[in-house]
Design a protein around this ligand. Structure first.
Ligand code: HEM
Length: 279
């Protein structure tokens, strides 16, 4: 009886208006014209929704509860991905006001800081996100190492991860020259001199990177093209394969017996739903 009364209150218009304002929207014609099927309320229905949605299909239909706990990954890979998106968007904004030429670069940077709308803010967002990404990617690598996720079958993803770490550092290094101030100039001079002293192809590598014997206009242009086009494209490519591999291999913590046998909730497994959908 108490249950009936509860349900009656929950179904009342007044209760929905206060505690579930979204429900009215979901019942509207506009919402139904976009989302055509009813909300799935069976395990199989929920699994099918996951398969047929572009964004949700990135996630497995079912995982042991413990795999989702914060401490299994500290969400560090996810945070690194978000930081990359922040860098991409804020970098695009800065590109509207920056010309990679010796005559313009420093003054453009000065203009961005003093006269461009949201210029100082966007520049700071870009700089802080860049510093943070280096730290977060490094912490992510430590987490992966200490949870043994570099071992088979995830060794290929570890190698991809090393590629992503090097690309993150290269993005940081190439971005450093772009303000074209004294700090940038001398930091890149020192950095490329160090690279130039590497054995075998060090000197050649330095020259290809700078486009001239010293840091100058050619180096600025090369670093710019690497920074805004070549390196981000490679990150996007490697990251797509990296996340695809995580999806295929599952999280390392899920391999542990006590986790794999842990609570999963009812309903069919991902394999069962897939077989069902294909039959
Ligand atoms: C741009 C840099 C990187 C991004 C955006 C990134 C992104 C991700 C994401 C989203 C995951 C899913 C789990 C999580 O959130 O922790 C993941 C897992 C993983 N990452 Fe990365 N990653 C990066 C760099 C690295 C590096 C430097 C390594 C190691 C050298 C690495 C190796 C791995 C491995 C082996 C997994 C699977 C972990 C497991 O099964 O528990 N990643 N990465």
């Amino acid at each position: 009886m108490a249950g009936d009364e509860k349900r009656r209150v929950r179904d009342s218009e007044a209760f929905k208006a206060v505690f579930r304002p979204g429900e009215r929207f979901r019942e509207s014609e506009v919402y139904r014209s976009v989302v055509r099927h009813p909300r799935p309320d069976t395990p199989r229905g929920r699994a099918m929704t996951s398969f047929h949605n572009f964004f949700l299909h990135l996630y497995p239909v079912k995982v042991p509860r413990e795999v989702l706990s914060f401490r299994s990954t500290f969400r560090l890979g996810f945070i690194a991905t978000v930081l990359f998106v922040v860098l991409f968007v804020s970098g695009m904004y800065l590109m509207f006001f920056y010309v990679p030429a010796v005559r313009d670069a420093y003054f453009d940077m000065h203009e961005i800081r003093t006269s461009v709308a949201f210029g100082q803010f966007m520049r700071n967002v870009h700089r802080w996100a860049a510093h943070l990404m280096v730290v977060v990617v490094f912490l992510h690598m430590l987490r992966v190492f200490y949870s043994g996720a570099y071992k088979p079958p995830r060794q290929f993803n570890w190698v991809l991860g090393i590629g992503l770490l090097l690309l993150t550092l290269a993005l940081s290094f190439t971005g450093y020259l772009l303000p074209w101030d004294q700090l940038a100039l001398w930091a890149i001079t020192v950095g490329t001199n160090v690279a130039g002293n590497a054995p075998v192809l060090g000197a050649e590598f330095r020259e290809v990177l700078l486009g001239a014997p010293d840091v100058g206009g050619a180096a600025l242009l090369r670093f710019y093209v690497l920074h805004i086009y070549v390196l981000p494209s490679l990150v996007i490519l490697l990251l797509a394969v990296h996340i695809w591999r995580v999806r295929k291999d599952g999280f390392a913590i899920g391999d542990r017996e006590e986790v794999a046998e842990g609570e999963m909730g009812g309903g069919p497994s991902e394999k069962e739903v897939l077989a069902d959908a294909r039959s």
